[in-house]
Ligand binder design. Structure first.
Ligand code: ATP
Length: 589
């Protein structure tokens, strides 16, 4: 398949933000795609090579790309950098520069989607001393044969700056229309996606086997299932209103969610954002198969740092010391954990997702042999406010965040946040109701004690519809000296020459970062703001939402990706739920 078909679609998609138009461009593109290329197209339109959980990253730095453009065009790097600074992004700069290059008309190898994909894949897999030179060679070989438009998009994919605003739902809409004739069939594709987290595989299946094949889509061990999430509630009464008169209550542990896939002795672990985190937990890999009576199973658990002497749960930050590439064995002994199971999603070669929660818990209890390391999360059934309150007290005293409340007869709704699971935290009873997980997008240099470090950070929420990061506040309080050092170290690696186009901010930061790092923030209030961009124009024309008196809680949420940060919709819900917004005001918004 000619790459130009794809790059022309990219160009049309870049020009529109309307979902309907994006969908129809995609439908046309999919219809022009041969079956054996469909999965590649689905990954590439999202700027990926494989599903996220495989962890294949292109990781090409701007500097290297500039050198490759220079090599292909014969134009000095300095001039390319200048062009880049003057406007547009590096992809556009490259296409402008390459237009000046006289194209050779013969000896040009065809640029096909397959060739581009395979070359990008090789680049992603390169490691070691000579990898930078090899990457440059591969990139310039593509640029030599590509036309300016194609070059521009190849570079955007390489740099991770291809932002077409295509949400996964839009891809599924388009696949449903292109291959089944009706958008209504998206729900079947969605089910398949929720149990595989692999849109490429879903696309291949619908093309090859149609709706029947999609409905016959099975859970595959070692392909992560998208996690079920919980709604917040503020009080016991609200929980009873939503769940009825009898439901389960479990401790809400403050650790890291881990999806555990076991087949015989092979164990693979996935995080909440479906990243493969097996390497961080060699102790789980070694011990879990010995405590579970099943050869093929998918479990969900919360890994929590513990005090080895007393068995007490320790705060989340302790666990994050495990997130290191080197000397992991040392971290394992230094920061011991326990694994606290709360669900089973696959057992005995069969999916458990349609089973009621009660039945799943039953299976979990049957197959688990508890010890000091592997435990079942404490659970009870509750029927009234007093019982919930009592269990909540116990959980807080045991060092937990609060309770998870779950319907007994509900299935496991992969990939959705709904009313079958609720979370009740102590802090929800406060004014704002909850902490927020926000993305660090920029910083301002510090003064005095903070000279040479970032004194204030600029933070953003996540706008799911637009796939963007709108600014929500600046934060300069709550940081210890140690935090400031640590944040400076982490963030220095994320500095970009220019503001990433997904960042929406009117403020001019001293430095901009790749939107990647997520930190936890509390605040006294959410207010309407003329400057900040969260939920902009949603509640009032020309106004967004901002946090008042934000404060860093000390938690770096290393296990969350930027797309898992608090969304604009969540901020709107919190805003509406604020005690200070009176009923009248709330109705107004
Ligand atoms: P939070 O920031 O509160 O962890 P979240 O967005 O990560 O929220 P939610 O669905 O809102 O996820 O809250 C559920 C989270 O709580 C799970 O992702 C899991 O990590 C954790 N958790 C702790 N105990 C339990 C439990 N008993 N059952 C389910 N999840 C639990």
């Amino acid at each position: 398949m000619q790459f130009s078909i794809l790059s022309e679609s990219f160009e049309r998609m870049e020009k529109t933000t309307k979902r309907l138009e994006l969908t129809s461009i995609l439908v046309e593109l999919f219809k022009n795609t041969p079956p054996d290329v469909i999965s590649k197209i689905v990954y590439l339109i999202q700027g990926k090579l494989r599903p996220d959980f495989e962890g294949i990253e292109l990781g090409v730095a701007e500097k290297l790309a500039i050198r490759a453009i220079s090599k292909s065009s014969g134009i000095p790097s300095k001039k390319i950098e200048q062009e880049y600074q003057d406007g547009g992004d590096l992809g556009h700069a490259a296409s402008k520069i390459l237009e000046q290059k006289t194209q050779t008309t013969f000896l040009v190898e065809d640029i096909t989607v397959e060739r581009v994909y395979e070359t990008l894949y090789k680049i992603a897999k390169l490691e070691g001393a000579r990898s930078q030179d090899m990457k440059m060679k591969y990139i310039s070989s593509l640029l030599n044969d590509a036309n300016p438009q194609e070059s521009s998009f190849i570079l955007k994919i390489l740099l991770g700056t291809l932002r077409l605003g295509i949400a996964e739902n839009t891809v599924m809409d388009a696949l449903a229309i292109a291959f089944t004739g009706s958008k209504d069939n998206r729900k079947f594709l969605e089910n398949a996606y929720n149990v595989s987290s692999d849109l490429g595989k879903v696309a291949e299946t619908i093309v090859a086997k149609g709706i029947e094949g999609i409905n016959d889509f099975h859970i595959t061990l070692f392909n992560p299932i998208r996690p079920m999430l919980a709604e917040r509630v503020k009080s016991e009464a609200e929980a009873i209103e939503k769940l009825g008169d009898k439901f389960s209550a479990e401790y809400k542990l403050d650790g890291e969610r881990v999806q555990i896939h076991i087949k015989d002795d092979a164990v693979v672990l996935f995080s909440r954002s479906l990243e493969n985190i097996t390497n961080y937990y060699p102790d789980i890999v070694e011990n879990i198969p010995k405590r579970i009576n099943s050869k093929q199973v998918i479990l969900e658990a919360e890994a929590v740092a513990i005090n080895e002497n007393t068995g007490e749960f320790l705060p989340f930050q302790e666990l994050m010391h495990r997130r290191r590439k080197y000397k992991i064995e040392k971290a394992v002994t230094q920061y011991p954990i326990s694994v606290n199971l709360f669900d089973v999603l696959y057992y005995d070669d069969t999916s458990c997702l349609e089973n009621s929660y009660e039945k799943r818990r039953g299976i979990l209890e049957k197959i688990t042999q508890e010890d000091e390391f592997v435990k079942l999360i404490p659970m009870t059934t509750v029927q009234n406010e007093i019982e919930i309150e009592d269990f909540l007290e116990n959980s807080i005293n045991a060092g937990c965040e609060g309770l998870m409340l779950k319907t007994l007869d509900g299935p496991y709704r992969a990939g959705s946040r709904g009313n079958l699971w609720l979370k009740l935290k102590r802090e929800y009873r406060n004014e704002l109701g909850d902490s927020l997980d926000l993305v660090v997008i920029g910083a301002f240099f510090g003064k005095g004690r903070r000279t040479g470090r970032y004194g204030t950070l600029l933070l953003a929420s996540y706008n799911e519809d637009m796939d963007e990061f709108p600014s929500i506040c600046k934060v300069g309080t709550g940081f210890t000296d140690e935090d400031l050092d640590q944040l400076y170290q982490i963030l220095s690696n994320k500095v970009t020459i220019k503001k990433n186009p997904r960042i929406i901010s009117e403020m001019e930061a001293d430095v901009w970062f790749e939107p990647e790092l997520v930190i936890e923030i509390v605040a006294s209030e959410i207010t309407l703001s003329p400057i900040h961009k969260t939920a902009f124009n949603e509640l009032r024309k020309n106004a967004g939402l901002a946090l008042r008196f934000p404060k860093f809680t000390g938690k770096i949420r290393a296990e969350k990706s930027a797309e898992n940060a608090s969304t604009d919709q969540e901020v709107i819900t919190l805003f509406r739920g604020q005690k200070k917004v009176t009923q009248n005001e709330a109705e107004q918004y």
